[in-house]
Design a protein around this ligand. Structure first.
Ligand code: R5P
Length: 283
């Protein structure tokens, strides 16, 4: 049976259709002190596949409860799919006294799961924090699907060297185009500086590909740089459309043609589902 976290309902339903497995109803309650109680009253299967993006601290707790609840209800195998792993970017102690939050949450999730799968983690190394090691699902190819068929001499650009493989994957899935990357220097949580790449972009359509759009600072800076260089249209694509704060407004003011993300995080920009790719790991 498929069990959905409250932040991953569309994806869980799509996965249930792909795998032809039923969706278990989840009930929610709160105690007078505000504590959450997520339960699976109708769960009845040997395998539980829990699909839960941990987009908030509450979503983390809900996942831990669901893992425990299915085990209590008789699941022999608990598979946890983290479409988006929250706290995954806190993968180091950047200063003395700081936690490695990705490791802390991975340890907690591992205690209730026999298998953990996560979609395009920001750093593959976070998978090692799980016990057993989490499996990585590369769903970036899905991002080619919503792109228009008529891209003019497309260029697929990543905003930094770390995301070039994503840009390559999307280009390969699209079927044509050049691939390049910008140099990015981050000055703060919302300030980034992008240095243009050498590839010729004048009068060409550009697709900027990244794993995550959070505040939109990286993408809007990339769009601004491209605008100065006479591009035709700029599309932005990401696996995880977090799109926090004024990200939509920033991208829109920067002149983006369209924003395409997947349903690892459910947002208006979630134009394509990763369910078919996730399903291949669960059949
Ligand atoms: C960082 O290396 C990631 O790949 C993304 O570029 C980053 O998380 C995007 O954040 P923001 O939208 O806030 O610039």
């Amino acid at each position: 049976m498929i069990v959905t976290g409250s932040a991953s309902q569309a994806l869980a339903a799509a996965l249930a259709r792909e795998l032809e497995e039923p969706l278990a109803p989840v009930s929610y309650d709160r105690f007078p002190d505000g504590e959450l109680l997520a339960a699976v009253p109708g769960f009845d299967a040997d395998r539980a596949v829990i699909v839960a993006s941990t987009v908030s601290s509450e979503a983390h707790l809900e996942l831990l409860q669901l893992q425990d609840a299915v085990r209590e209800a008789g699941a022999e195998e608990v598979v946890t799919v983290l479409p988006y792993m929250g706290y995954g970017r806190q993968d180091k102690a950047f200063d003395r006294g700081q936690p490695i939050s990705a490791r802390a949450v991975a340890r907690a999730i591992s205690t209730g799961a026999d298998r953990v799968l996560t979609v395009n983690p920001h750093e593959a190394a976070v998978c090692d924090f799980f016990e057993p090691v989490a499996e990585t699902i590369d769903a970036a190819g899905r991002l080619a699907e919503p792109l228009p068929d008529d891209l003019a001499e497309p260029v697929f650009l990543s905003p930094d060297a770390g995301a070039i493989e994503l840009a390559e994957t999307v280009r390969d899935a699209y079927g044509e185009g050049d691939v390049d990357y910008f140099e990015k220097v981050r000055h703060s949580g919302t300030e980034v500086e992008i240095t243009p790449s050498d590839v010729a972009v004048e009068e060409r359509d550009v697709v900027v590909v990244d794993d995550i759009i959070a505040t939109g600072s990286t993408m809007s800076e990339a769009i601004a740089v491209l605008g100065e260089r006479g591009v035709s249209r700029v599309f932005v694509s990401c696996v995880h459309p977090l799109l926090v704060r004024d990200a939509y407004a920033k991208l829109s003011s920067a002149g983006v043609e369209a924003i395409y993300g997947t349903d690892t995080i459910e947002r208006p920009a979630s134009a394509v589902s990763v369910a078919p790719t996730v399903a291949t790991h669960l059949e």
